[in-house]
Ligand binder design. Structure first.
Ligand code: ADP
Length: 220
């Protein structure tokens, strides 16, 4: 079943969302104030229109009310982003995702009822910082302020041992949810307790940040 989306603002972020949704076969209405941006997406999105999303009349004329999920990816113009979100909210859009430019912007968006506020530059920066600090952490996904999922390279102390030997849950309070085998490139999403860790394996671990950090310091 096709779902209907609208992407407002076709910069790097909005453009990439629009492209991906369209490639996945979704119906996408792409909106931007700049003609050249809209032309770029004419062949990609189901519909691409030049419009200023701050204009309520324009939003209504575009039939935005009938769209399930609207993504507001207006860049530096924070005022336009807030106003647009507010109007979408008043029009009763079921789900509104908005890109925040900074923490204050994020706060306002949450207050006015945006369903999902994303902060891609900050989040990507954090993920990269974690992999810079630790050579073993390949990726880091923040679940909350103090819980994460990390991808860690299996350290030499782990090689040849299985999950029972390591007893990561009892010793470190975190869980190995999957193992990527370096040799075969296969990913096992429900590793058995008897699974032996081999050189080149990557563990996907979930837990409190302090536990993950302890685990990483001792074992990896
Ligand atoms: P990014 O960081 O994602 O590249 P940009 O600032 O380059 O962000 O892109 C934001 C896009 O949003 C631009 O293409 C701009 O023309 C568009 N935009 C800005 N204000 C409005 C508005 N009121 N209505 C529709 N599109 C807008």
């Amino acid at each position: 079943m096709k779902r209907e989306f609208a992407v407002i603002g076709l910069g790097r972020f909005g453009g990439s969302i629009c492209r991906e949704l369209s490639e996945e076969g979704m119906e996408v209405l792409a909106i931007d104030t700049q003609e050249e941006k809209v032309n770029e997406f004419k062949e990609i999105a189901s519909h691409a229109v030049i419009a200023d999303a701050q204009d309520e009349k324009v939003l209504k004329e575009l039939g935005i009310r009938n769209i399930d999920h609207v993504i507001v990816a207006i860049g530096d113009n924070i005022q336009a982003s807030i106003l647009t979100t507010l109007m979408l909210k008043e029009l009763g859009i079921k789900k509104i995702t908005v890109k925040a430019q900074n923490d204050y912007h994020e706060k306002v968006l949450n207050k006015i009822g945006a369903d999902q506020v994303v902060h891609p530059e900050r989040d990507m920066g954090r993920r990269i910082a974690h992999s810079i600090i630790s050579n073993n952490i390949l990726d880091h996904l923040e679940l909350s302020d103090d819980h994460s999922i990390v991808e860690v390279k299996a350290g030499t102390k782990m090689i040849g041992q299985n999950l029972v030997d390591l007893d990561i849950r009892a010793n470190y309070g975190c869980n190995v949810v999957a193992i990527k085998h370096g040799k075969t490139n296969e990913i096992n999403v429900s590793p058995m307790a008897t699974e032996v860790i081999e050189p080149g394996d990557i563990l996907i671990v979930i837990g409190a940040d302090k536990d993950i950090s302890r685990f990483e310091k001792h074992l990896v």
